[in-house]
Design a binder for this molecule. Sequence first.
Ligand code: G4P
Length: 196
Amino acid sequence: MSIQYKPFAPLVQRIKQDGKCLEGGILKVDSFINHQIDPTLLQSMSIEFVRRFANKEINKILTIEASGIAPAVMVGFLLNVPVVFAKKKKPSTMDNMLVTEVFSFTKNKSYTVCVSKDYLHEGDKVLFIDDFLANGNAAKGIIELVEKANATLSGMGFLVEKSFQHGGDYLREKGYQVESLAIIDSLDNCKITFKE
Ligand code: G4P
């Protein structure tokens, strides 16, 4: 599937400089995205998301714990809208939840994802933000939660998409506006090949 893609140069550059390739098609970016965080890069990536979704109505940012929270908060701050993170374990103190199952390819097991009906409801116009788009299972879970809430998904923004796992194909074919700041076509032989 051919897509409209504009690489966000500061992120591509940083992955070239500090990203590490692990066995099994995993890109390690924990020195600047998902363990140690570079706030300046995070800010510039979030500004880029705001620019790319400027045509959309958005009253809420949604993400999944844990690594999606940092970029989601920064985008929410810039748009001055609340940020909700779906939880991976149903809190015992909470009823009134929307719940779905997500299968994790990397961990080869399913987990429950839930969000309170108090924070995701009818009429919400939601932007989903996450760090990685791989097979798209987390995104599918989010679509289900948004549908259960009778809310609308205005778009989906990812820092890094791995096109060889095809989650992006699925989401774009469904008609969602998917914006990925860096797309990686291959991690074969531990070489990072970016989409041009
Ligand atoms: P999917 O949602 O797109 O189908 O992805 P998958 O199940 O394969 O990924 C599960 C977890 O692994 C997600 O984080 C996702 O962000 C992360 N992930 C996928 N590919 C990569 C990669 O190449 N590098 C890194 N660093 N992470 C990757 P998670 O388990 O929900 O963990 P977290 O958000 O709590 O960190």
